[in-house]
Design a protein around this ligand. Structure first.
Ligand SMILES: NC(=O)c1ccc[n+]([C@@H]2O[C@H](COP(=O)([O-])OP(=O)(O)OC[C@H]3O[C@@H](n4cnc5c(N)ncnc54)[C@H](OP(=O)(O)O)[C@@H]3O)[C@@H](O)[C@H]2O)c1
Length: 328
């Protein structure tokens, strides 16, 4: 698997990572099979995926617990990222959402992060996090200056509890503040072939500041694997319901792409999933975009890993982009 640098942190990771959101289960993804999730995390590493991403909010602690179980005796084999800034187990903060009767709040105050990191370390059964990411940014109704958040993250770094700092779901002004007040190594943003806006906004800013752009949901939660036909039953959790491509009138366009790309799949002896992952990892300047792909079965990870090993001809990548632009 190709490797890349994560910002200026000195950390190197596989260009394709595994995301453990679905492993958390709950109403976002429906039931996940924990023993299979553990096998999936092990299989990913065996096949060359080193970066593993989770968050306290995924299954309200459950994803981190499963990851902690998988990492027992193998911690050093993985570049582990988890997040802060989202609480369901505290009262203070601004409302991100209400789910399954639980109020989920944004709170990136240092006192709150101080509690969060200890909880994460316990669930993950480790004493350090490789990349610690502010999951969602503060809202005006519960304002927290980024200088305070970043100041505390820098202290965690100095104390050896974290090795690198990331931020997620942010705008350009917030990016500038993170860079101003500390050492930002990575941003994690939604980006796929069908949803390119945040890449256009951040790719060159990331290059200028030596910050890695990590794409989340590059498969649009599974639709870009080409596994769905117009008649496929879809086990729609909340996570998929937010993706417009699962609606029949849009799905028909994805089915069209699957057909159109058959010759490309033949050329590279690969699947649509491989094409899409390979395309994602070569965006920006070709060295600074990380593809974070979710998986919760060994079969999925076995397929996804190959995407990180394929190099597309630039002309093919440009043609794929044109096809994606024509429908999105
Ligand atoms: N910072 C944030 O706010 C944020 C937000 C979203 C995600 N993330 C991170 O980014 C990661 C990836 O994003 P994502 O999980 O939303 O979306 P994704 O990577 O686009 O899609 C992942 C889902 O696609 C399906 N899938 C994956 N590989 C497959 C394959 N080879 N064949 C068929 N189906 C396959 C699986 O769903 P099924 O098993 O249901 O089919 C899987 O859970 C997350 O796990 C999380 O770590 C971060």
């Amino acid at each position: 698997m190709k490797q890349m640098k994560i910002g200026k942190s000195g950390i190197e990771a596989s260009v394709v990572g595994i995301g453990a959101w679905a492993i958390g289960g709950d109403s976002n993804w429906g039931h996940s099979d924990d023993p299979e999730s553990v096998r999936t995390i092990h299989k990913a590493r065996e096949l060359g995926i080193t970066l593993l991403d989770t968050a306290p909010a995924y299954g309200l602690g459950h994803s981190e617990e499963v990851v902690g179980k998988a990492l027992e005796g193998r911690r050093k084999d993985y570049i582990l990222s988890t997040k802060c800034g989202i609480r369901w187990d505290a009262k203070e903060g601004s409302l991100l959402m209400e789910r399954d009767g639980v109020r989920i709040l944004r709170n990136s105050k240092p006192e709150s992060i101080a509690e969060e990191i200890e909880n994460s370390l316990k669930r993950l059964k480790t004493d350090y996090i490789d990349i610690y990411i502010v999951h969602w940014q503060a809202l005006p109704e519960f304002p927290v200056p980024i200088s305070d958040t970043m100041g505390f993250l820098m202290k965690l770094k100095k104390d050896g509890k974290i090795r690198a700092i990331g931020a997620s779901n942010l705008n350009e002004e917030q990016f500038a503040e993170y860079v101003k007040y500390g050492e930002l190594d990575l941003i994690q943003e939604k980006y796929s072939m069908l949803d390119r806006a945040l890449g256009d906004k951040f790719f060159s800013l990331c290059d200028k500041n030596s910050v890695t752009f990590q794409c989340y949901s590059p498969l649009e939660r599974g639709i870009l694997t080409g596994k769905y036909t117009l008649d496929s039953p879809v086990n729609m959790g909340l996570a998929k319901s937010k993706i417009k491509w699962f609606q029949k009138e849009n799905l028909v366009k994805i089915v069209g792409l699957t057909e159109k790309w058959k010759p490309l799949c033949a050329k590279y002896t690969c699947t649509m999933t491989h094409l899409v992952i390979a395309w994602t990892a070569m965006q920006g300047n070709g060295k600074n975009v990380h593809a974070l792909v979710g998986a919760r079965t060994t079969a999925q990870v076995e397929e996804n890993v190959t995407g990180g090993n394929i190099t597309l001809d630039p002309a093919d990548a440009a043609a794929m982009k044109k096809d994606a632009e024509a429908i999105s």
